[in-house]
Design a protein around this ligand. Sequence first.
Ligand code: NAD
Length: 291
Amino acid sequence: MTSIGFIGLGHMGGGMAANLAAKGFAVRAFDLSEEALAKAVAAGCSRAASAADAADDAEAVVTMLPAGKHVREVYESALLEAPRGTLLLDCSTIDVATAKEVAQMATDRGLLAVDAPVSGGITAASAGTLTFMVGGSDEAFARAQPILAAMGKAVIHAGANGAGQAAKVCNNMILGAEMIATCEAFALAEKLGLEADKFFDIASVSSGQSWSLTSYCPMPGVGPETPADRDYQGGFATALMLKDLNLSQEAAASVGADTPMGARARELYQAFADAGNGGLDFSAIIKTLRG
Ligand code: NAD
């Protein structure tokens, strides 16, 4: 039985650790929150007293933490002292630069490291249907693949360390801009007197089709059931979309890339969050556009 340390048992990590335990991995879990830790223990994980304790004797250690500073802190204080050959998988969404730095520090100590951020929210984390985009060496990817496959529906090797985070920020930059464009189109259609469901039927099979339109429609009562039909509760929080757009703009600045749509999407989501909407699903930005 492969032994896994799991650190960060929040909205995402809790479901992911439970899936690993359900698939027969021996999971030693740790979180600063006693409530999160107790849930993981109830789901079949064993309790670790600290991050270092979770990593003790583990063949692999998964981290699912809020941001780069938390990942760096846990790596520096607990994980970099793991025995040579231990595999470190960071599934958090963090900045590309930190992802590369912690992986380099790990490699320098004889550890294997991958950045493996996810697409898919809390529901996919619980259902074990996440998509993992993985940065790391061929050897590290080969060892990470069966562990990630136990928590997801797709595991894709993106390239060297940092490439997983690069894929994540680029993907979510498309998503942020695409969602706003979809919301604008519904708002304009409404003002032009075009019925929302007619516009949906037409754009769904025309060149305006996108995931934001057909799988995550921001207009209530149109298309499949989405957070729009629950007054924008649940789903993917505006605050998390803003976090990812900030990461995309940091990444763009670091390499001198011009991303005007990403930059504008970041500004619009910042204003929406500042107006007290950070907890609403990110498709709720349609409210400001409909007026
Ligand atoms: P969360 O805040 O619910 O969970 C993070 C957990 O980490 C918390 O339980 C917290 O107590 C714990 N933690 C923080 N510092 C710690 C430390 N030093 N040691 C141990 N535990 C520590 O966040 P989440 O929604 O689960 O997101 C986790 C990551 O996944 C983030 O990077 C996020 O951007 C990414 N992500 C989230 C979603 C989503 O829909 N929630 C989707 C895709 C990716």
